[in-house]
Design a protein around this ligand. Structure first.
Ligand code: PDD
Length: 282
């Protein structure tokens, strides 16, 4: 596999990470995952904006390559054109003697990226997801797309060990998001999801889904649901770049949100498919 490494596209084995890289040592960096549909990046500008915001939030002020530059460089080196896949890109604060504070003077950031194939899920026919509620013990700056993912890794592992595909995180019973997805519920006809603040990552898929819902006249409330509400919700689904929209059938081994994807979820999956195929703008 070819990868992007600090301005060059090289075979993976030739991307030599300096062990003093702050990304490697301290998890001091940020990342993005962008979906590629039919060879085209989906919502690239929104991902760039979020990446720039993450950079600003962690005080990474030096120049780093834009997503489009990395994407084009990697695409140009593909032997077969990538149709459905994903771009991973991360930038760390660079190589410096190990200190907790930022290197002063600043050093050049390190950027790593790769493309990988990822077929589209068949949204309307995919098996529904099983989920497990997990105490959200991550840090308090979840709006930053940080490469320090230990909290998310631990939660995802817990879900896996209990036969689920995703953890539904909560703080004292208030649902925040998944380990790598956002969570939506339909309660009394209203689509509910956590507001985009520091408790969650404001997912690009989340934003697209909110936009699709509003433009179809659905009522959307960006307000956290409790676990108790979630257990009684009429519909429940996850969103994310890799999973798109994924209806949930179980929470902690108990049935939730109906045994078939609900009415609003189906409308949104259909709208999302149309959006991906370029048939509608929003
Ligand atoms: N994760 N919340 C968290 C904590 C995430 O890590 C992600 C994405 C999302 C969904 O965001 P988006 O719709 O922009 O993908 C929500 C990526 C895909 C990952 O870590 O692989």
């Amino acid at each position: 596999m070819n990868v992007y490494w600090n301005g060059e596209v090289v075979p993976q084995e030739q991307a030599k990470v300096n062990p003093l890289d702050r990304g490697f040592l301290l998890g001091d960096g940020i990342y993005e995952v962008v979906r590629i549909y039919q060879g085209m990046a989906f919502e690239l500008e929104a991902h760039q904006e979020r990446f720039d915001r993450s950079a600003q939030r962690i005080g990474l002020l030096q120049e780093y390559p834009r997503l489009k530059v990395v994407l084009d460089a990697l695409m140009a080196q593909q032997s077969d054109q990538l149709m459905d896949g994903m771009l991973y890109l991360q930038t760390s604060r660079g190589v410096a003697p190990r200190k907790h504070f930022f290197p002063n003077p600043p050093v050049a950031p390190s950027t790593f990226g790769f493309l990988s194939p990822l077929p589209r899920p068949d949204l309307m026919n995919r098996a529904m997801a099983r989920s497990t509620s997990v105490d959200d013990r991550r840090w308090l700056d979840c709006d930053i797309k940080s490469i320090s993912l230990l909290g998310a890794v631990m939660a995802a592992q817990k879900a896996q060990e209990t036969g689920s595909v995703e953890a539904i995180l909560h703080r004292d019973g208030r649902v925040t998001e998944g380990s790598h997805t956002n969570v939506f519920a339909v309660i009394d006809g209203v689509l509910r999801t956590h507001p985009p603040d520091h408790w969650i990552l404001n997912g690009i898929t989340r934003q697209v889904v909110v936009q699709l819902a509003r433009s179809r006249g659905m009522s959307v409330l960006e307000d956290a649901v409790t676990l108790e509400e979630l257990r009684k919700a009429d519909e429940l689904f996850l969103t994310g770049t890799t999973v798109e929209i994924w209806p949930v059938s179980h929470l902690d081994g108990l049935k939730v949100g109906g045994q078939a994807p609900g009415e609003l979820t189906c409308q949104l999956m259909k709208a999302f498919n149309e959006r991906v195929s370029g048939k509608v703008d929003a």
